[in-house]
Ligand binder design. Structure first.
Ligand code: TYM
Length: 332
């Protein structure tokens, strides 16, 4: 069986983009692959995190995965730091990846902003840790949203260089799995920027923990143009906000943008937005109930994470030992 690895940063504000672009796809893949899903706390601390918040956000992401339908019995769910082999392999990859490769990473440029001198070294080396997350399990497939594509290309470059340097097909060249109608969910306030946990405006995203009123209000106030919806997908060209809302509807409803337009084409947002709000509330309600139930019993969630970490360590340990042998690191 082929192996999947994917991760979410426990930085709070888990949103509809994370769900539609990633977690929901994991649920669909879990029976066809051996799956390892991770709360990447070491990635989270590349920017400042309040310690108590980090702890509870880590549990919340685990709860969201389980509540969305990831089965914790048959899949591995854990937080990165409980498996020290991630950080160890990341250091080795710091010595494999070239500065020029990291200099090209657009996410670093976006996150570091104008004052990159003040960004943490961890933020810069972030993609090397991500490659280590995947390759410490020799995972073959990585289901993610569109925004992680460049990082996965770097992961392939690292595997290729390592394989070349040590003369063997040791690491797999991973395949990204980017699919569905919502591979890049955009902000509700600006159709040209992606929905993001770190957007200063809470109105820009639908959080997995938003209540009915909040979801309804955010969708009602979502930015749009004044035109009715087109009859065909081609008519969404140049209408980023409309395309985004139609894509969200399609993804939530397991249909396609074409099908959504077959139903709503010619209608205005006065009709479409309330329908979208009802659908979002309906689809998220069961997940939210289950998340609340899980969050009320943190010891249970911690138990799932602990046992996931044990299983993950059992896979990662021998692979890292092989890496050490290849490099020539003296083993006891
Ligand atoms: P993160 O925590 O930003 O996002 C988690 C997952 O959600 C997807 N995603 C989106 N999909 C569609 N529309 C959006 N607006 C949107 N925003 C986020 C992301 O693509 C991701 O799949 N670097 C990763 C975490 C990570 C990882 C890994 C992923 C660390 N190590 C190894 C895969 C494999 C990140 O920051 O995801």
């Amino acid at each position: 069986m082929q192996r999947i690895f994917s991760g979410v940063q426990p930085t709070g504000n888990l949103h509809l983009g994370n769900y539609l672009g990633a977690i929901r796809n994991w649920v669909r893949l879990q029976n066809d692959y051996e799956c390892i899903f991770c709360m990447v706390d070491l990635h989270a601390i590349t920017v400042w995190q309040e310690p108590d918040q980090l702890r509870s956000n880590t549990r919340e992401v685990a709860a969201a995965m389980i509540a969305s339908g990831v089965d914790p019995e048959n899949n591995i769910i854990f937080n990165q730091s409980q498996v020290p082999q991630h950080a160890e392999l990341a250091w080795i990859f710091n010595c494999v990846a070239r500065l020029g490769w990291l200099d090209r990473m657009t996410q670093f440029k976006e996150k570091a902003g104008k004052d990159k001198e003040r960004a943490s070294v961890g933020l810069y080396a972030y993609p090397n840790l991500m490659a280590a997350d995947i390759l410490v399990y020799k995972a073959t497939h990585v289901p993610v949203g569109e925004d992680q594509k460049q990082h996965l290309e770097l992961c392939r470059d690292i595997a290729q260089k390592f394989n070349h340097d040590y003369e063997e097909d040791f690491f797999p060249i991973v395949e990204p799995l980017i699919f569905g109608e919502a591979t890049r969910v955009m902000s509700l306030r600006d159709g040209t920027s992606k929905m993001s946990k770190s957007d200063a405006s809470d109105a820009s995203r639908i959080n997995m923990t938003d209540d009915v009123d909040t979801i309804t209000k955010k969708i009602r106030r979502a930015r749009t143009d004044a035109e009715p919806l087109p009859m065909e997908v081609a008519g969404l060209k140049g209408r980023a906000e409309a395309a985004n809302l139609v894509g969200i509807y399609a993804a939530l409803n397991d249909s396609s943008s074409a099908q959504v337009l077959a139903e709503f084409g010619g209608q205005g947002f006065g009709v479409f937005k309330p329908a979208l709000a009802d659908l979002a509330v309906d689809k998220l309600a069961t997940i939210q109930d289950e998340m609340r139930r899980l969050m009320a019993d943190p010891a249970h969630v911690d138990g799932i994470i602990r046992s996931g970490a044990e299983k993950a360590r059992a896979i990662a340990e021998p692979i890292l030992r092989e890496v050490h042998n290849k490099i020539g690191i003296l083993q006891p």
